[in-house]
Design a binder for this molecule. Structure first.
Ligand SMILES: Nc1ncnc2c1ncn2[C@@H]1O[C@H](COP(=O)(O)OP(=O)(O)OP(=O)(O)O)[C@@H](O)[C@H]1O
Ligand SMILES: [Mg+2]
Length: 269
């Protein structure tokens, strides 16, 4: 479904954000990338999405090369990929419904898209998507009048309306309170389980990764330092990903809790 091979990214200022990341995500997987701030999580996601060019290496989506594709092929591939970011990326002055319909832009003809003329089946699909995140009654409201959690659920509805085969979510819940974070991740998990949508998540908290992911990919300084099932995310794995707890000075706590706590503290700054 998704394959990266020896992905490297060096920014013009010399920062080596990715130093050879090779990954394979199988169809239907729910994988979470964990890593300290600056470890390269967002850069990896942006390279996979084709939003930035890697300096070296390649990305394949469903067997098609993203990195060497022309702009048209990239757009086509992106049409099948749903993006959810920390900032909800809604168009505030447009209605909730129109924002969700934007998810269908890749599927309607370009002329229709320009005119925002969506067909009845597109509207029905967008309405169902809003219903499934509990926001159908807000369909006509301006997006910027919704709360943060509601906006993120609209962003998820937009992805649902798009009917993607791959969802990339970069810190989708880091600006939400714990209850809303659960609700948003619950929706992503449902899409994954019910529709088999392959999902790659970047999360800040170990606890959420444990609850929602099947597989953990640990990044450290632009390299994969851990890759395994969620139950293998033990004390040693956390140390590999976030470094020894002693480095951040939480030595006296219960060990497992200290690691998870350390991980949260490290990434919260
Ligand atoms: N456009 C850019 N120009 C220069 N350096 C960049 C750029 N974008 C990211 N970096 C650097 O690349 C490294 C990886 O950044 P990235 O945003 O991928 O980290 P991250 O793991 O997503 O961190 P966080 O958890 O804080 O979101 C960092 O050192 C960052 O400063
Ligand atoms: Mg990031």
């Amino acid at each position: 479904m998704l394959r990266t091979e020896d992905l490297r990214k060096r920014f013009p200022d010399g920062t080596e954000a990715l130093c050879g990341v090779s990954l394979v995500l199988r169809a239907g997987e729910m994988a979470c990338v964990l890593g300290s701030s600056g470890s390269g999580k967002s850069t990896l996601m942006r390279c996979v999405a084709g939003l930035i060019e890697p300096t070296h290496g390649a990305v394949w989506i469903n067997g098609r090369p993203m990195t060497s594709a022309g702009e048209r092929e990239r757009r086509r591939l992106r049409g099948h990929m749903g993006f959810i970011f920390q900032q909800f990326n809604l168009v505030g002055r447009l209605s909730v419904m129109t924002n969700v319909l934007i998810g269908r832009l890749g599927r309607v003809s370009p002329a229709w898209a320009i005119l925002h003329q969506f067909g009845r089946s597109d509207r029905a699909c967008a309405y169902r998507a809003l219903e499934s995140v509990g926001l159908a009654e807000k369909a006509r409201q301006r997006a910027d009048t919704l709360s943060g959690g509601q906006q993120q659920r609209v962003a998820i509805a937009r992805v649902l309306a798009q009917e993607p085969f791959l969802v990339l979510a970069d810190e989708p819940v880091s600006s939400l309170d714990p209850r809303l974070a659960d609700s948003v991740l619950g929706h992503l998990l449902r899409i994954n389980r019910e529709d088999g949508v392959t999902t790659l998540l970047n999360l800040h908290t170990v606890e959420l990764a444990r609850r929602y992911a099947d597989r953990i990919i640990g990044l450290g300084q632009g390299q994969v330092v851990f890759d395994g099932p969620v139950h293998a995310l033990d004390h040693d794995a956390l140390e590999l990903i976030y470094g020894p707890a002693g480095e951040t000075g939480s030595a006296d706590e219960d060990e497992e809790g200290a690691r998870a706590g350390t991980a949260r503290e490290v990434v919260a700054v």
